[in-house]
Ligand binder design. Structure first.
Ligand code: P6P
Length: 346
């Protein structure tokens, strides 16, 4: 659908959430969780935009569970996200890219939703002020998450329960979204009723509905891969990549667009069509992206927009994580483009 005209009828994210609640698409607890996430994203947007001024560029001097240098803003964004979720009182367990293990939220007194998130994906771009983003997914509480902490229950046992509670297939997601910090601050959300796009209006600090029931083009001649890894790819993938450079029937090859930030590359793919890929290679046997809080939420969104998310052979949303920070290869975008690479990889 075309972006909403700038009609006088302004629908804010808050209004939209209440509308979804009235239709029964979400319950009031989910509304509170999503509102708390949007607040976290507004705070992170402000931090990102002033990073060089407030000395929040550069590294924190620590390494996260991924073995990556934590940026100062990785740490701050994680705290902002976690604090907003805790204070919502509706979150049972949170799993973050920046935390070694999932955390049971003590302040939860109802709702008990399970929230997985990458608080600031693409943070290596921060110092150059290139787009970054926060990615999140929300699952219903399950037995492991709801079980009360017994008096004599060991910390290890609680930790194990939290790990089990978050390790579920993306097909169980109730909601997923991301906030992109770019020339505009764009909040993209699905609660299973299509994909909705909100733009932060800096005039009064509200997310305003700017696109509804967004559909990704069925095809698109734009590809976003880090071709620096070409030599490490297997031959079938090399043949696919080479095929994109042939003019083909249209007489024009594909265009390469890659900014090294999943949220920015994905958002462009969602609007213009095409494919984003992070394949496995000889160095990274399972690719680089994490299933739980990057690939699954983005795959839920792309499927709600009529697109496809695959590991090259199977639907991302059908994969059950065996561990919290599990990595999987990702091919995501227009149906025809994802099916094309799957054919080469078969
Ligand atoms: P590379 C950022 O670190 C990230 O997780 C994604 O946002 C991005 O698409 C990818 O990694 C970039 O990885 O190896 O191309 O720099």
């Amino acid at each position: 659908t075309s972006p909403k005209s700038s009609s006088y009828e302004i629908v804010t994210l808050t209004t939209w959430l209440l509308q979804q609640e009235r239709t029964g698409a979400i319950d009031n607890e989910m509304t509170i969780v999503l509102a708390s996430i949007s607040t976290a994203c507004k705070q992170i947007a402000a931090l990102v935009q002033r990073a060089p001024i407030s000395n929040l560029t550069g590294v924190q001097g620590a390494v996260n569970v991924q073995g990556e240098d934590q940026k100062k803003l990785d740490v701050v964004s994680n705290e902002v996200f976690s604090n907003c979720l805790r204070s919502s009182g509706r979150t049972g367990v949170i799993a973050s890219e920046e935390e070694d293990v999932p955390v049971a939220v003590e302040q939860s007194y109802s709702g008990n939703y399970i929230v997985v998130f990458d608080p600031l994906d693409g943070s290596s771009n921060i110092d150059a002020a290139v787009s970054t983003g926060s990615i999140f997914g929300i699952y219903a509480p399950n037995d492991e998450c709801l079980a009360n902490v017994e008096d004599n229950e060991t910390l290890d046992s609680v930790e194990q329960r939290c790990i089990v509670s978050v390790c579920q297939p993306g097909s169980n997601l109730l909601a997923a979204g991301y906030c992109m910090y770019s020339s505009s601050v764009i909040f993209v959300l699905t609660v299973g009723t299509g994909v909705y796009v909100f733009t932060l209006d800096p005039m009064y600090g509200e997310f305003v509905l700017t696109q509804e029931k967004l559909q990704i083009p069925k095809a698109g001649k734009i590809y976003a891969f880090n071709e620096g890894n070409y030599a490490l790819w297997d031959d079938k993938l090399k043949k696919y990549m080479d095929s994109l450079k042939e003019p083909g029937d249209s007489g024009k090859p594909y265009s390469a667009r890659y900014i090294g930030s999943l949220v920015g590359d994905f958002h462009r793919t969602l609007l213009y069509g095409g494919i984003y890929g992070y394949p496995r290679d000889k160095k990274s046997k399972n690719g680089k992206l994490r299933l739980l809080y990057e690939c699954a939420p983005m795959s839920f969104i792309v499927e709600q927009a009529g697109g496809k998310g695959s590991d090259g052979h199977q639907r991302i949303l059908d994969i059950t994580p065996t561990e919290v920070h599990q990595r999987v290869p990702l091919y995501i975008g227009s149906v025809e483009e994802v099916e094309k690479v799957e054919k080469f990889l078969a």
